[in-house]
Design a protein around this ligand. Structure first.
Ligand SMILES: [Zn+2]
Length: 216
């Protein structure tokens, strides 16, 4: 892909994010919206479930269709525990490499398993042509705070958690992952962050479904 094309898509992405995607949720309560991408996968999904359960927190899981097909029991456990499910495409495709038609087809393939009104494009990337079609059916969700669990290397998890805690504000949508690839990092960060949230009076809620709750 040439540089100008990429730049053009990035510009579309920036506008889409700021004007048409939910980046944070307006709230007067001391609440955040934890989100977990790419799952559900064995090992890490039950771990996250039990950590959230320990605090009575609810979250949103942006699932890949292929993982939902591979692990229907895990998907069912997430739903049964009261968490929200979001669409994260079937094959974790990148918007810049895919036509609008292919993109929508991949989302619809995942939708047959996920049944949701919220979606998060992989990498937070979206082009106008795809956005126009997805907005009819989904609340599109970005994030305001990245936990850092997808970093290749974390030298000091304590430092990372401290920074995450210092940055946390009511209404933040916090990005975590629910996949084997980042499992070690997620296990290192999540429990300490949840403890901090609880001890500072925060709770975590699922992102409201549908498009009537407009982003601020
Ligand atoms: Zn992803």
């Amino acid at each position: 892909m040439n540089k100008i094309r990429t730049l053009f898509f990035r510009m579309q992405n920036l506008i889409a994010k700021n004007l048409f995607m939910t980046v944070r949720i307006k709230t007067r309560q001391k609440e955040v919206f934890l989100t977990f991408d790419d799952g559900p996968e064995e090992g890490i999904a039950p771990f996250i479930l039990s950590e959230l359960g320990r605090h009575g927190f609810l979250a949103t899981f942006f699932c890949r269709g292929d993982n939902a097909a591979r692990y229907p029991d895990l998907l069912q456990q997430l739903v049964a525990a009261g968490h929200s499910i979001g669409n994260h495409t079937f094959c974790h495709i990148h918007a810049y490499d895919t036509s609008a038609r292919e993109y929508v087809e991949d989302i619809e393939r995942a939708e047959a398993l996920l049944h949701t009104g919220i979606a998060r494009p992989p990498f937070g990337s979206i082009r106008f042509s795809q956005l126009a079609r997805l907005r009819r059916h989904y609340r599109l969700v970005y994030w305001s705070l990245d936990s850092g669990d997808s970093r290749r290397e974390i030298n000091d998890p304590n430092l990372l958690v401290e920074k995450l805690c210092r940055s946390t504000r009511p209404g933040d949508i916090v990005l975590f992952h629910c996949c084997k690839q980042h499992e070690a990092n997620t296990r290192a960060i999540l429990p300490r962050y949840l403890d901090w949230l609880s001890s500072h009076g925060f709770r975590s809620c699922p992102i409201p479904d549908g498009r009537d709750n407009l982003p601020d």
